[in-house]
Design a protein around this ligand. Structure first.
Ligand SMILES: NC(=O)c1ccc[n+]([C@@H]2O[C@H](COP(=O)([O-])OP(=O)(O)OC[C@H]3O[C@@H](n4cnc5c(N)ncnc54)[C@H](OP(=O)(O)O)[C@@H]3O)[C@@H](O)[C@H]2O)c1
Length: 290
């Protein structure tokens, strides 16, 4: 039995779909009844549980030969992101141990090798250790690069012909990957056996600059899109004005600032796999969904 948690999220939904398409028996773990019903209609088992509820999560995970998990994110309007993720990962680890799940694939992040200076993803370092030390399972930590889907927040501006970016300068390449590539690698990792802890780092098919993104959006939309680099020092204020909590906004500024200095990046001392889907694929899916 393959158990997929966070199955309403971007990667979890795709992992569940790919496993179903591969003819595997799956159980999704979701938090709302309507989501459970949608998955049941597609032939999956579905359990209702929140990571915070150890007895419910233990039941939801019981019988799993392998499970897909994510130290979960908090909505950007709320504060206390790191504490939330660490607490929820701790209760998740307790449930994995209680259910006797032998193996998990956990979505971690680029730069999880660093304990700090990584902003939004700082808790990934601690969450990896919690899962390693407290879950009793063999853990594969999937560390993807910056999601291409983060650019979805800029789609209204892009449709008006501007791509605002706190990453720059315009021709500097960054490592980014789409969630379709992440889900397909996560699914492969769930399907293939593993006897030891592993770290799998995933970059996109290529490296991309803000100029590349703007040019690709322009091609897909059939109109000029001008890349516009904004000063990173203004990012936290800008995000706060858009409704992010101050805590989350500050974490985002540290994350992006770290990407600019090179501190927030995949670990160059470890192997890096590449996805196969190009920039146009991910941006095209984003535009079609918006
Ligand atoms: N954005 C990036 O550039 C980037 C890069 C590297 C790694 N990552 C990692 O990717 C993760 C997000 O993955 P994603 O995009 O697949 O997810 P997502 O689309 O952000 O969805 C989050 C999922 O977590 C579930 N969830 C939240 N709190 C939960 C809880 N307490 N108990 C059970 N489920 C809970 C949500 O369920 P509901 O639908 O019920 O709310 C939802 O299914 C982040 O945590 C981040 O660390 C992101």
């Amino acid at each position: 039995m393959y158990v997929v948690t966070c199955a309403t999220g971007r990667t979890g939904a795709s992992v569940a779909r790919l496993l179903l398409e591969a003819g595997r028996k799956i159980r999704v773990v979701v938090r709302k009844n309507d989501a459970a019903e949608r998955f049941r209609a597609r032939g999956a088992e579905a359990a209702l549980a929140d990571y915070a509820d150890v007895p419910a999560m233990t039941e939801a995970l019981r019988g799993a030969t392998v499970a897909y998990v994510i130290p979960p994110p908090l909505p950007v309007t709320e504060s206390g992101h790191h504490a939330y993720r660490v607490e929820r990962t701790r209760t998740l680890a307790a449930a994995i141990r209680a259910a006797g799940v032998p193996r998990i694939v956990s979505l971690s992040s680029f730069a999880a090798q660093h304990p700090d200076g990584t902003g939004m993803i700082k808790s990934c370092h601690t969450c990896e250790r919690i899962l390693d030390e407290e879950s009793g399972a063999i853990v594969t930590h999937l560390r993807p690069a910056f999601f291409l889907e983060n650019w979805a927040a800029q789609l209204p501006a892009v449709r008006d012909g501007v791509l605002p970016s706190f990453l720059g300068p315009i021709d500097r390449k960054f490592t980014m990957v789409g969630t379709a590539d992440i889900a397909s690698v996560a699914t492969r990792l769930l399907l293939e056996p593993a006897n030891d802890r592993r770290i799998v780092q995933l970059a996109g098919a290529d490296e991309y600059s803000v100029g590349d993104l703007a040019a690709t959006f322009a091609r897909l939309l059939g109109r000029h899109v001008e890349p516009m680099v904004l000063p990173i020092e203004t990012m936290a204020d800008e995000l706060t004005a858009r409704g992010f909590s101050r805590d989350t906004a500050t974490n985002y500024q540290e994350l992006f600032g770290g990407m600019m200095t090179g501190h927030v990046a995949l670990d160059a001392s470890l192997p890096i796999q590449r996805g196969t889907l190009g920039l146009a694929y991910s941006l095209g899916v984003m535009l079609a969904a918006s």
